[in-house]
Design a binder for this molecule. Structure first.
Ligand SMILES: *Cc1c(COP(=O)(O)O)cnc(C)c1O
Length: 494
């Protein structure tokens, strides 16, 4: 299968799309068509384990990889999880939680980022590239550590992670700063995620920067969800959740279900939309945002306007105003009209906003609906959910549960619904502890211990060991100095 750019550039193979990360015209790669899953395929998947399901689904998109090869990569990637990668837990008659945080860094990003290094290594061999790869990552908190865990000590690869120094949780920051690995570089910036993402995109699109890195022997690639290799593994868990529910007779064959997704860069929920386009029976895709609710407004009135204050919240991985992957949805909204997408993206770049006909959204994308939650709502949801269900939500998943409650109040819809749980509550121990107990514990590790005593939930080993690791990567620079600081990592090396 070929991959085409949302802005009209020429088609490339799956391997090339994964190596490049972003198209030369600045657009994002999308599959040239959506392969189909029949109900029979879903039924056949019931007896498969997660890695087998992954190989089957990903194989439909990455046709230059063999299914045996993909199965091998998936087995290696998912062996790094503590148990199942995407278990579905029933909460009440209609609500289910899909836990996506059992990987090495305790966030859903692990599901794609444990696999991506294998996909990229193979793409190198397939495309006959002689360059080393330099992975540039902008992170709102979770992608950084997940990418480091995926790519550290991978031969022929260097990884640079850029994060907002004051925009992540203490434990997220420590996870990144204490990372070992001989090819790992981490850089804090005095700015927010959008600044980090803009800088990374600018470097990707700069001929000069690319030539400079080429001279040093590197070609650039991305581990953000703008990379197709990040997105395609995320389609799998939507299908897998459905198959699990089918296998346990929670749903009938063909019965449509809802998914609620805590959303930032729009990668996760877009994978759900792609699963639907493949034929998965999906009723609603509920976009859940925190007070950075630019997507809620977009799905309500068709206006995407980033000219608004940026809020730091207790769900920092969703503190994003420019949701890059929405570009891929616009491409579908306009029947794959690259000209139209370019026009909208130019407007975003120049004016910080664009608008589309809201009736078109209702007509072409009827599965989407969106809600946002303020900080009090997020904390109250963690508290209520723990009281009612004895289940501890993290701050991001709480935004999703709150959105689902609003959706239920508004519609009374009794469709079975899966809420995607994207992180362990222990990554955000301070705010989760304060939500359930009413007490503020500023020390990150004391908060971890108090959360454990208060809720009697297990502290993940990755959090426990953090306390005894020393920060190695402590550099912080201004936004204008990002590019220079990245070059400095490599000039030092040679
Ligand atoms: C990244 C992240 C999100 C948002 O996912 P997108 O794909 O960016 O929409 C939500 N929750 C957590 C915990 C995350 O790390």
């Amino acid at each position: 299968m070929d991959y085409i750019s949302t802005r009209g550039g020429s088609a490339v193979s799956a391997g090339a799309a994964i190596l490049k990360g972003i198209a030369e015209d600045g657009g994002l790669y999308v599959p040239s068509f959506f392969p189909k899953l029949e109900l029979e395929d879903l039924r056949n998947m019931i007896s498969m384990d997660y890695a087998e399901r992954a190989a089957l689904i990903i194989g439909q998109f990455l046709t230059d990889y063999s299914e045996a090869e993909l199965l091998d990569y998936a087995r290696k990637a998912y062996a790094r999880f503590d148990g199942e990668p995407a278990p579905v837990v029933g909460v009440d008659d209609t609500t289910y939680i899909m836990e996506l945080f059992h990987g090495p860094t305790l966030a859903f990003k692990d599901i794609a980022l444990t696999l991506l290094p294998h996909l990229m290594g193979a793409a190198h061999r397939k495309c006959g590239s002689d360059k080393k790869t330099l992975i540039l990552v902008a992170t709102s908190g979770d992608t950084g550590k997940a990418a480091i865990e995926g790519f550290k000590n991978v031969e022929g690869t260097e990884i640079v992670v850029i994060y907002p120094s004051e925009g992540v949780s203490d434990l997220q920051k420590l996870q990144m700063q204490t990372s070992d690995g001989n090819n790992v570089h981490v850089l804090g910036i005095r700015g927010n995620f959008d600044d980090a993402q803009t800088a990374v995109k600018r470097i990707f699109n700069s001929k000069e920067a690319n030539e400079k890195f080429n001279k040093l022997g590197y070609s650039l690639s991305s581990a953000n969800s703008i990379n197709w290799g990040r997105l395609v593994p995320q389609i799998v868990y939507y299908v897998s959740a459905y198959v699990d529910m089918l296998g346990c007779d929670e749903i009938d064959e063909g019965e449509a279900i809802n998914f609620v997704v805590p959303t930032g860069n729009f990668g996760d929920i877009l994978a759900g939309y792609y699963a639907k386009r493949m034929g998965l029976p999906v009723n609603k895709l509920i976009v859940a945002s925190n007070v950075n609710n630019v997507l809620t407004d977009f799905f309500t009135d068709g206006v995407y306007d980033t000219n608004r204050p940026f809020h730091k919240t207790v769900s920092p991985s969703m503190d994003i105003l420019v949701s890059s992957n929405l570009e891929r949805l616009l491409f579908e909204l306009y029947d794959r009209d690259a000209e139209k997408v370019r026009e909208l993206m130019d407007s975003l770049k120049e004016e910080g906003e664009y608008s589309v006909d809201i009736d078109r959204i209702y007509e072409v994308l009827p599965e989407f609906t969106a809600y946002s939650t303020d900080e009090n709502g997020t904390c109250a949801t963690i508290d209520n959910f723990f009281e009612t269900n004895d289940y501890l939500l993290d701050t991001h998943t709480a935004v999703a549960v709150n959105a689902y409650n609003d959706y239920l109040t508004e519609t009374g819809d009794n469709t079975k619904t899966v809420v995607l749980s994207t992180a362990s509550p222990y990554k955000f121990a301070h705010d989760v502890y304060e939500s359930v107990s009413g007490n503020d514990e500023p020390d990150a590790f004391k908060a971890v211990k108090k959360l454990h005593s208060y809720t009697m939930t297990d502290i993940p080993a990755q959090i426990k060991e953090l306390e005894y690791l020393d920060p190695i990567h402590t550099g912080v620079v201004d936004v204008k100095d990002i590019e220079e600081a990245i070059f400095a990592f490599f000039n030092k090396d040679c």
